[in-house]
Design a protein around this ligand. Structure first.
Ligand code: DDH
Length: 292
């Protein structure tokens, strides 16, 4: 049954916490799907809905949740994210008052926090837009490219080298699917727990080209079970990137601190400040911090 939005209903932080809780409970309903959690794919939805931002034209970003519409839903980079959008649609039916942009980014926050990551400050205020707010294809990173491409793509969003490296640490979570991106496999041995293992493995393992007919990707020489994308590996090859990657490999605490700050900013890209309900972002509670 679809709940009706009551007239003049002004949701409070507690109402958003209820949505957070439902999303968090949903992660564990994954059963045999991937590594037993929907968390990673929902984080990817939040990131791809935010990462289309262009600071010069102030277009794209999480404000309008335009990935609901074609052709953005069909952009190559978004292959497989229909899984995440369909899951979030169930939550939207239960809480029809929340906007899609708020719902998807709150999903990303819940994914990081529930998979043992740092708190991600977040606040509501995004509005549902229309297909004409969608941005052209090609705004998200192409995994086959190198450092210049990363700087172009993330620079357009307003991020520097340190922030590019911190954001890339999200690949501690989840995996590649040959049916979606063409790439295959997880980056770490614990793809549903947020750690700095992505950086540690980059330095500690020997990475060799995987011999297969798929797109060029690395595999770890020892177990051949882990993978790195060309854009991941470049974080150890470029002098400036390497400095930050090394620092995050050496300190999970530093990585969590920087990751939290940069993801909070990522999820607010494209949202005019005056739209935000609260002057300061909120810290949502994890499921295990509540009595429920
Ligand atoms: Fe990513 N990512 N990502 N990524 N990403 C993929 C999966 C996941 C790139 C390419 C890919 C970020 C940055 C980059 C997550 C989070 C984040 C896949 C595999 C590719 C390819 C998709 C599939 O086959 O299902 C590239 C390139 C970059 C870059 O250039 C830096 C960032 C910034 C984030 C973030 O969340 C902040 C997550 C999570 C996944 C795992 C999804 C899943 O289904 O599992």
């Amino acid at each position: 049954q679809v709940a009706k939005v009551k007239a003049n209903f002004v949701p409070t932080k507690e109402d958003y916490q209820k949505v957070y809780n439902k999303i968090a409970e949903l992660f564990d309903e994954a059963g045999e799907y991937d590594d037993g959690s929907y968390g990673p794919v929902i984080l990817r939805l939040a990131w791809h809905s935010s990462g289309t931002y262009d600071k010069d034209t102030k277009t794209g970003g999480s404000n309008y949740a335009t990935m609901r519409f074609e052709p953005e839903s069909l952009h190559g980079a978004n292959a497989g994210l229909n899984v995440a959008r369909d899951l979030m649609e169930k939550i939207k039916q239960e809480f029809p008052w929340i906007t899609y942009g708020d719902l998807w980014t709150l999903g990303g926050v819940a994914a990081v926090q529930e998979m043992s990551g740092p708190k991600i400050p977040w606040r509501p205020g995004r509005i549902d837009g229309h297909a004409e707010h969608a941005t052209p294809d090609g705004r998200l990173p192409d995994a086959s490219q190198g450092g210049d491409h990363l700087r172009n793509i993330f620079g357009r969003m307003g991020f520097n080298d340190q922030e590019i490296v911190a954001l890339s640490g999200a690949h501690a979570l989840g995996r590649c699917h040959s049916s979606r991106s063409g790439y295959e496999g997880p980056w770490t041995f614990s793809p549903t727990t947020m750690t700095n293992d992505f950086f540690k493995l980059l330095f500690d393992e020997k990475w060799v080209w995987k011999k297969w007919s798929g797109p060029k990707q690395y595999e770890d020489k020892k177990t051949k079970t882990l993978m790195m994308l060309p854009t991941d590996y470049v974080l150890t090859q470029d002098k400036s990137f390497r400095k930050y990657a090394r620092a995050y490999a050496d300190s999970n605490e530093l990585f969590f601190k920087d990751f939290s700050a940069v993801v909070a900013r990522l999820f607010e890209l494209g949202v005019p400040t005056e739209q935000f309900v609260a002057p300061e972002p909120w810290i949502m509670k994890n499921l295990d911090e509540q009595d429920t």
